[in-house]
Design a protein around this ligand. Structure first.
Ligand code: NAD
Ligand code: IPM
Ligand code: MN
Length: 366
């Protein structure tokens, strides 16, 4: 199959891990006889530096006509003084909105070789397999009004949803639950927020169409606690934009590192943007030590969700697990034994599990 992928490396460790995802995709293309072509475009701080805007028109256009988009990360201290509307992060929010990517899937899985990497007890973490379905293009992040009064004495952000926006993400949650263990936890703050009360009503309405799915509601504060005291309780979590943002970073602790978590941001027709859950990690950027696995697993999600390449996606996931099982890891994973590798060597170890020695040598420079 021929597929055109837009690469948005962005800032900080973004370009470092993007190179890893591309190497893995090159190995998949050779192994499974596909042709992936890549076009790189600017976003975030990199785009501000080069084009004076965090989201150039050209980037939006390229993504709109592509088969899929891979994104590294945006942001960093260099651009921290800018107003919210011109920040690197606004470029990311802008591309999600422009492409209509309302459904953000964030799988959280505990990997057996990393069981001891989590600060949580092993018996608690073992066997965790959660899918967070986060609403991505509305809610608190996009509601208007948002801003400060002219004299700076007041500030407002708005949590706004239309019925249709809630319905479509809730349906995604039910569909995901139906394909998994059939349990859906809807997370809200219905004891306080009107938006959450409507969210709850809609979940109850949609539940009638999914008699095979067991539904429960949890308040977000309690859910945050249960996520790390009884994580195996959860199958699919569906929630508002900001709640999902916070809960997914928290859930990453189950895997041992935020560097392990991939994500897919989808719209109804299958176009997707794939990025790791973590940020640009400015504290380690440029050192060549970032964990590339969240980015690589995001590329695997792209193969599955945008290209329908289930076998290829599974091969990448297996290559990652085999790499970890061989005792390889990056510095962020607090594993006692084994090899601590930098980004490029870790990528090489994954590529080796997909390809012959000579192909690995041709794809990986180190
Ligand atoms: P962060 O996720 O970048 O980093 C948090 C911690 O996790 C840091 O100690 C970092 O070194 C570590 N870490 C993150 N990814 C890692 C990886 N792949 N390998 C090893 N360690 C890793 O969060 P932050 O420091 O709060 O944010 C930094 C910048 O990134 C901010 O500008 C923020 O807005 C932005 N951000 C962007 C995205 C995105 O582009 N999707 C996501 C989150 C944060
Ligand atoms: C994420 C990030 C973004 C978000 C920021 C950088 C805008 O934290 O992808 O999780 O909050 O959605
Ligand atoms: Mn986040």
């Amino acid at each position: 199959m021929k597929k055109q992928v837009i690469l948005l490396p962005g800032d900080g460790v973004g370009p470092e891990i993007m190179a890893g995802a591309k190497a893995v995709l090159d190995a998949v293309a050779m192994e499974f006889n596909h042709e992936f072509t890549y076009h790189e475009h600017a976003i975030g701080g990199d785009a501000i530096d080069r084009f004076d805007t965090p989201l150039p028109e050209d980037t939006i256009k390229a993504c709109q006509t592509a088969d899929a988009v891979l994104l590294g990360a945006v942001g960093g201290p260099k651009w921290s003084g800018r107003p919210a509307s011109g920040s690197p992060e606004s470029g990311l929010l802008g591309i999600r909105k422009a492409l209509g990517l309302f459904a953000n899937l964030r799988p959280v899985q505990s990997f057996t070789p990393l069981m001891h990497a989590s600060p949580l007890k092993t018996e608690l973490v073992a066997g965790c397999d959660i899918m967070i379905v986060r609403e991505l293009t509305s809610g608190l992040y996009f509601g208007r009004p948002s801003g400060r009064s002219a004299d700076g004495s007041e500030v407002v952000d708005t949590l706004h949803y239309t019925r249709e926006e809630i319905e479509r993400i809730v349906v995604r949650g039910f569909e995901a639950a139906r394909k998994r263990k059939g349990r859906l936890t809807s997370v809200d703050k219905a004891n306080v927020l009107e938006s959450s009360r409507m969210w709850r009503e809609i979940v109850e309405e949609k539940a009638r169409d999914y008699p095979d799915v067991t539904v429960e509601h949890q308040l977000v504060d309690a859910a945050a606690m249960k996520l790390i005291t009884n994580p195996r309780h959860f199958d699919v979590i569906v929630t508002e934009n900001m709640f999902g943002d916070i809960l997914s970073d928290e859930a990453s602790v189950l895997t041992g590192s935020i560097g392990m978590l991939p994500s897919a941001s989808l719209r109804a027709d299958g176009l997707g943007l794939y990025e790791p859950v973590h940020g640009s990690a400015p504290d380690i950027a440029g050192e060549g030590i970032a964990n590339p696995l969240g980015m690589i697993l995001s590329a695997a999600m792209m193969l599955k969700y945008s290209f329908g390449m289930e076998e290829e996606a599974e091969a990448v996931e297996k290559a990652v697990i085999d790499c970890l099982e061989a005792g390889n890891h990056t510095h962020d994973l607090d594993v006692k034994n084994g090899n601590v590798f930098g980004t490029d060597m870790m990528v090489r170890k994954v590529v080796e599990n997909l390809s012959s020695r000579s192909i690995t040598d041709a794809i990986c420079s180190s």
